[in-house]
Design a protein around this ligand. Structure first.
Ligand SMILES: [Zn+2]
Length: 226
């Protein structure tokens, strides 16, 4: 079936409550829908999200052209706060790779490692203060907050109230970082994914599904450093 300019596959499930669009890294667009929803309703949702889907498909095509992570080289780029930072060779003789604003990375040794170190430093000064700020704003009180280096989770909230946020999220757009933090802070109130949890979360942020989708789409742009 074709809607607009891209083909979609509809997958129905009795466990789903809402219609969601997933875009795989190969550009396949799947629409997940609850059993009872009429096809026209599903197509309407896809139509509303048309721009969003197109943007992601464009990105996939660009990435195919550039190749996966072959961009971590002089002249290439990496993500910081959701923006592509260009890696350019500096004017100086000591071989610095100077990028806009705060990044100034020596090319002595492993460049990828150097970029990772620089990003980790940024993460330390950005992420934990942001967790505290949002916790204050929503009147949540974590026992402790920490930067995570976990392999398989962007965030977690322990039974003891320790909120962990992955440092590599410093590469994601600020709204994506915020949504992961808000998700984990809401677990301080509901340590599960019950309806009450999702209702609380929705009261604090409307962008969580988009943030999740961004992470799904771009995880390899962050994972190289994990
Ligand atoms: Zn959760």
């Amino acid at each position: 079936m074709t809607v607009s300019t891209f083909p979609i596959t509809i997958v129905r499930s009795s466990r789903r409550r809402t219609v969601a669009i997933h875009i795989k890294l190969n550009g396949e667009v799947t629409v997940l829908a609850p059993n009872g929803v009429r096809e026209q309703q599903i197509l309407d949702v896809v139509h509303q999200k048309n721009k969003w889907v197109m943007r992601h498909l464009d990105r996939i095509n660009q990435r195919k052209g550039r190749g996966l992570l072959t961009h971590l080289i002089p002249g290439g780029w990496f993500y910081f706060r959701g923006k592509e930072i260009t890696i350019v060779r500096g004017e100086t003789d000591d071989g610095l790779f100077v990028t806009p604003s705060q990044f100034s990375i020596s090319c002595q040794g492993d460049l990828v490692l150097k970029i990772r170190e620089a990003l980790f430093k940024e993460a330390q000064s950005i992420i934990l203060p942001r967790v505290q700020e949002l916790a204050r704003q929503f009147q949540m009180v974590p026992q402790r907050t920490r930067l995570s280096t976990a392999k398989h989770a962007w965030g977690s909230c322990s039974g003891k109230g320790v909120v962990s946020i992955h440092w590599a999220l410093v590469m994601a757009p600020p709204v994506v970082l915020d949504d992961v933090i808000i998700h984990e802070l809401c677990h301080l109130v509901h340590p599960n994914h019950s309806d009450r949890f999702w209702n609380l979360l929705k009261g604090y942020t409307a962008t969580e599904p988009d943030s999740k989708a961004w992470l799904k789409m771009n995880h390899h742009e962050l994972n190289w450093a994990v």
